[in-house]
Design a binder for this molecule. Structure first.
Ligand code: TRP
Length: 334
């Protein structure tokens, strides 16, 4: 608890430009949480280097993501928006927790198996202990809740196991976090293959709509979206492409699927796709304008970075010192 509020922690990697899937599925929901929770939103750059990065590119993307958090509407006075690498406690706690995590547990992680298959030439130890760093992120802030996608639930489960194991030995040191399952965000699928999740790293650029795509690009991608030969805008489990477009349209306009089906009754896919594209552009255009204005205001962003790194450090260090004492490290002489 911080100031009587429960604590929420989440993070995103800045490895690739975000898609509307990241926005509609995660970021947009974060906006509704800052009144109820004390929120920490990290740009998890330590995690990013588990796969090879171009340094200049990583730095740029990390800053863009941090700026985007703000452009999306997260108030950096209310939400602690910061770079993971600016708070050294993450790496320090991660080391300690490594010594309380079993190889067998990490071997079971499906993301490790997937990523090592994908990056067979660079199966490094960081990729293996990635979930331990994630546990450190969450436990440092004594987070009660962690909004994550389904693909991260296994990592949250191991976080809880590590915390419980540590607490069983040393007493109540860590809060045991719960996944945040409130109003779950829309799950947005690829525009080219609606059986696959829309991904930041899809090779087909028409499969994903990026947050920084301009209106023409957005409309073009929706025009090319894969649908079916039914020819009717219906919400069911066989017309997967149309299902996905309806989900996107609903997420952008606040309408329900039933309303959308009624709205496009007797109308063609061309008209529907255009409407979906426009609804997305209507959300992204103002977000992009805020982003470009913020990007120019270097002093403001720098201020946010500095202040929030200090705030995050304050809370993280509090937990870290407690842990260091518990495991038997010598006291600091001041
Ligand atoms: N691993 C998460 C992802 O790729 C990002 C992340 C890192 C995270 N640390 C976290 C998410 C802590 C929630 C809590 O999506």
């Amino acid at each position: 608890m911080i100031d009587g509020k429960k604590v929420l922690f989440s993070g995103m990697q800045a490895t690739n430009v975000l898609t509307i899937g990241n926005y509609l599925g995660a970021l947009k929901n974060w906006l509704t949480l800052s009144d109820e929770y004390e929120c920490f939103y990290s740009v998890v750059d330590l995690h990013s280097i588990t796969v090879r990065q171009d340094p200049a590119e990583l730095r740029k993307r990390a800053r863009n993501l941090l700026t985007l958090y703000i452009a999306a509407g997260l108030d950096p006075k209310k939400n602690c928006i910061y770079y993971q690498s600016h708070v050294s406690a993450h790496a320090e706690l991660s080391w300690i927790l490594n010594c309380f995590t079993y190889m067998g547990e990490l071997n079971r992680m499906t993301q490790f198996k997937d990523k090592s298959a994908k990056h067979a030439d660079n199966i490094n130890a960081g990729l293996f202990t990635y979930p331990v760093l994630m546990a450190a992120d969450i436990l440092l802030y004594q987070a009660d809740v962690v909004p994550v996608g389904k693909d991260q639930l296994q990592h949250l489960e191991i976080t809880r196991d590590i915390a419980q194991r540590f607490n069983a030995i040393y007493g109540d040191v860590f809060t045991i976090p719960e996944p945040y399952l409130g109003k779950v965000g829309a799950k947005i699928m690829s525009l080219q293959d609606p059986t696959k999740k829309m991904s930041k790293s899809d090779d087909n650029i028409n499969a994903s709509v990026y947050l920084m795509d301009d209106k023409d690009t957005i409309i073009r991608k929706f025009k090319r979206a894969v649908t079916d030969s039914e020819g009717a805008v219906l919400y069911n489990d066989t017309q997967l492409g149309i299902h996905n477009l309806i989900d996107i349209y609903c997420a952008c306009t606040g309408k329900t699927p039933e309303e959308v089906v009624k709205e496009f009754d007797g109308k063609g896919y061309g008209e529907f796709k255009l409407a979906v594209g426009e609804s997305v552009a209507d959300i992204l255009t103002p977000l992009q304008e805020r982003f470009y204005a913020l990007e120019k205001d270097k002093a403001y962003i720098d201020g946010v970075i500095k202040e929030n790194a200090e705030k995050a450090s304050y809370y993280a260090t509090k937990t870290l010192r407690k842990v260091q004492k518990k495991v038997g490290f010598p006291e600091r002489i001041r």
